[in-house]
Design a protein around this ligand. Structure first.
Ligand code: AHM
Ligand code: MG
Length: 321
């Protein structure tokens, strides 16, 4: 049986959001459309310089854009016109974009348009991450964005790897779809994904280990003694996708240069924490559950420990002191 992401979203909406009457599925189809446009552009990444004349325009006469600018614009354009969208907040924009000031705008969508963008030039997997919240009554603009992660009604990502895979949850399990490039449709390939309870991999930028707090250094030492393997791609989406499928632990601790960690709470940690918990895994900042953090700024950063329950609980026991 072949199930497209569109069919799946409609089924989820009917089962879990009976009052949504199409606006929720319209948002998700806006997201899938934008990610198809982004992946099409990524697939031509090495060619764009060749096709564009003098780095300025492409064959259609359009000004060439950097991929992260293109990805951001694709998401804003595909979502901005959907009904019931109140606010869009992007890692690439200083301020959130208010689409609808009235009480009609129901949803807040937050995204990292192109995560791991330093990997574009070396042809390594990158991704898009998104999170959807409901706008609280009477609250608009930035205030509507500053909600703790447990209030997300949906979250997901696309990893642009050897194939493009869309993974999402509406709080009722995690589902994964692979893009069939021949027909341009995402097809269900992972039903009700579960993260292994434990996994033999740890993922961290060990180049900074001298400045990790002691509990992190001690724990990494323990994992080495136990014979764990190290994997670090440097694209959070790709590192998370592997962790979801194979289990293990991903860490971005506080470091010398990033005292609060490097990753963004709203665009990166919250959506992936939502997916991890839905898949039976865990996500904490070293002190508390990621989804319980009350954000105070839209670009706020956080340390992140995410992955299999056993490993995350073990390290969390050490970081809590
Ligand atoms: P970005 O959103 O600007 O691409 O930055 C986030 C990325 C993550 O994808 C990745 O996990 C991390 O930065 C890698 O950082 P580092 O190079 O410090 O290991
Ligand atoms: Mg990012």
């Amino acid at each position: 049986m072949i199930i497209t992401v569109q069919q799946h979203i409609l089924q989820q909406q009917a089962a879990h959001f009976p009052g949504a009457r199409g606006s929720f599925s319209s948002l998700l189809s806006g997201l899938t459309l934008a990610t198809k446009m982004i992946q099409a552009q990524i697939r031509r990444a090495g060619l764009l310089d060749i096709i564009g004349s003098a780095g300025a325009t492409n064959v259609q006469g359009e000004t060439q854009q950097k991929l992260d600018v293109f990805a951001n614009k694709a998401l804003l354009d595909c979502l901005g016109s959907r009904e019931k969208v109140a606010v869009l907040a992007s890692e690439e924009n200083e301020e959130p974009v208010t689409i609808d000031q009235s009480e009609v705008g129901e949803y807040v969508i937050v995204f990292d348009p192109l995560d791991g963008s330093s990997n574009i030039d070396v042809n390594v997997s990158i991704g898009t991450i998104f999170s959807i919240m409901q706008r609280p009554d009477g609250v608009h603009g930035i205030e509507a964005v500053l909600q703790p992660g447990w209030k997300q009604v949906a979250a997901g990502y696309v990893v642009y790897g050897p194939s493009s895979i869309f993974v999402y949850s509406t709080g009722h399990g995690v589902f994964g779809f692979t893009l069939d490039p021949a027909v341009g449709a995402y097809l269900l390939c992972y039903e009700n994904m579960k993260m292994p309870q434990s996994g033999n991999y740890y993922s961290v930028n060990e180049g900074y280990s001298e400045s990790f707090p002691k509990p992190y250094r001690d724990y990494i030492g323990t994992l080495k003694q136990r014979g764990y393997s190290s994997r670090y791609i440097g694209s959070l989406v790709a590192d998370f996708h592997r962790t979801l499928l194979k289990g293990g632990i991903y860490m971005y601790p506080p470091t010398q240069s990033h005292k609060e960690g490097k990753l963004r709470l709203l665009y990166e940690a919250n959506p992936l924490a939502f997916l991890a918990e839905q898949a039976g895994g865990m996500a904490v900042d070293g002190k508390q559950r990621i989804l319980d953090i009350q954000p105070t700024g839209i670009h706020q950063r956080t340390p992140l420990i995410i992955g299999s329950r056993n490993e995350v609980e073990e390290l969390w026991g050490m970081t809590r002191g």
